[in-house]
Design a binder for this molecule. Structure first.
Ligand code: SF4
Length: 78
């Protein structure tokens, strides 16, 4: 069991253009819903390079990764 903070991933589905980039980069944390837009794959998660990369590379900045306890923005780093 890791001591790393739990993270919550959110997707602004009004911004998502359905590129699928995040689901390919971090499939454990993001997937495409039947409507073709990304959605978090689980209620909370742990930090990973893949998740950070997915949040950083979203072309419309629709993904936010926050500390579940504090709400601090973890990724992307603006
Ligand atoms: S990378 Fe961004 S635009 Fe592409 S599917 Fe994921 S959330 Fe949507």
């Amino acid at each position: 069991m890791s001591d790393a903070p739990r993270l919550v991933v959110t997707v602004d589905r009004t911004r998502c253009i359905g590129s699928g980039l995040c689901a390919r980069t971090a499939p454990a944390d993001l997937s495409l819903a039947p409507d073709g837009r990304a959605t978090p794959a689980r209620p909370d998660t742990a930090a990973s390079a893949e998740l950070t990369e997915a949040a950083e590379m979203c072309p419309v900045e629709a993904i936010a990764v926050r500390d579940a306890a504090t709400g601090e923005l973890i990724a992307p780093a603006w």
